[in-house]
Design a protein around this ligand. Structure first.
Ligand SMILES: [Zn+2]
Ligand SMILES: [Zn+2]
Length: 327
């Protein structure tokens, strides 16, 4: 915790006051020093609910509740020109490549502000992590006949599962942590939970898909051995979507992959359209964020309390930081 000068108001940017900040796997990995793309020192914080303070962003006035698209893009590269600003070739993510929002006042480019007035602070701070799942589901272009497997029911996997359940298709999740299995059984309608520590995955998948195997698999573990294993579960003509991220090479058995005419894709971050899709889903109460918030911390206690999150990892879905600084 450091005392720094307030950011200066510069043209094209506004000053906002973070009110609530979500902590995710990226933040925990960054703290441990095992997250790709990181350099230090770095102020974390990319899952933000904030209040508009000052600036000249169109349509915003003091006190407006907002979230921030934390992916600062160039607007000119090939990806940006296709509207895929989420994977800009010179992308700079707040709290990852540049300093993030774990601060009292934060300067943000106007075009990255997204108004969320009718939502609660909990909902607003959940928009970014949920948008990761929404983006991956959109990207997979799922059809009514698809049978889907999600590897891992951590915060990202859970987001994926909520958006998949809106599509009312056959959905399975592979997870070993009892707390997460309970969450899925309680909050995701129609979900099939498979525990790879207790069941033979391949047998279970064959029986739940009438022998077809899953036609779309999302990896939300970011774990190399889980990815290696699950690549062999794709159905013929199926797809594999990498949502989680890990640091090593992935190896494919070419004949196995080839004969399936399989598709391998990654899904990175989310676009403004995904954020707006999530905001709509929260507005019409398609997703209840409350059960996902398992831990709460106060901004001023972070130096002491943040490291304790690691002790609670097996019962952690989302930790939220409340910022109660006087105005
Ligand atoms: Zn995150
Ligand atoms: Zn770009």
């Amino acid at each position: 915790m450091q005392q720094v000068d307030d950011p200066k108001l510069v043209p094209g940017c506004s000053i906002v006051k973070p009110r609530q900040i979500g902590i995710c796997g990226t933040d925990l990995h960054a703290f441990e020093g095992v997250q790709p793309y990181f350099t230090y020192p770095r102020v974390l914080g990319h899952e933000l609910a904030a209040e508009y303070v000052k600036g000249s962003a169109k349509g915003f006035s003091k006190g407006d509740l907002l979230t921030i698209l934390p992916y600062d893009y160039c607007g000119n590269c090939f990806a940006c020109r296709q509207g895929k600003t989420n994977c800009c070739s010179s992308l700079s993510v707040m709290g990852v490549h540049q300093d993030g929002g774990m601060c009292e006042y934060f300067s943000v480019p106007d075009h990255l502000l997204i108004k969320t007035n009718v939502l609660t602070l909990d909902q607003v701070a959940m928009v970014e992590p949920l948008a990761i799942g929404a983006h991956a589901v959109h990207r997979a272009n799922i059809q009514a006949h698809d049978q889907v497997l999600v590897m891992g029911a951590g915060p990202i996997g859970i987001g994926l599962l909520h958006f998949l359940s809106m599509l009312r298709i056959k959905t399975m999740v592979a997870e070993t942590i009892p707390f997460r299995i309970d969450y899925c059984r309680t909050h995701i309608p129609g979900i099939v939970c498979i525990d790879p520590a207790k069941e033979n995955m391949e047998d279970a998948l064959l029986s739940h898909t009438n022998g077809d195997m899953p036609s779309v698999i999302f990896d939300a573990t970011g774990n190399l051995s889980a990815i290696d294993q699950s690549l062999s579960y794709i159905s013929h003509a199926g797809k594999y979507v990498l949502v989680g991220l890990q640091q090593d090479d992935i190896r494919l058995n070419h004949p196995q992959f080839h004969k399936r005419e399989a598709t391998l894709m990654s899904s990175r971050n989310a676009t403004k359209a995904d954020f707006e899709f999530v905001i709509e889903a929260l507005k019409n109460k398609s997703i209840d964020v409350c059960p996902m918030i398992t831990h709460r911390l106060n901004f001023d206690d972070l130096p002491e309390d943040f490291p304790h999150l690691f002790e609670n990892k097996s019962i952690l879905i989302k930790a939220m930081i409340s910022c109660n600084h006087p105005s």
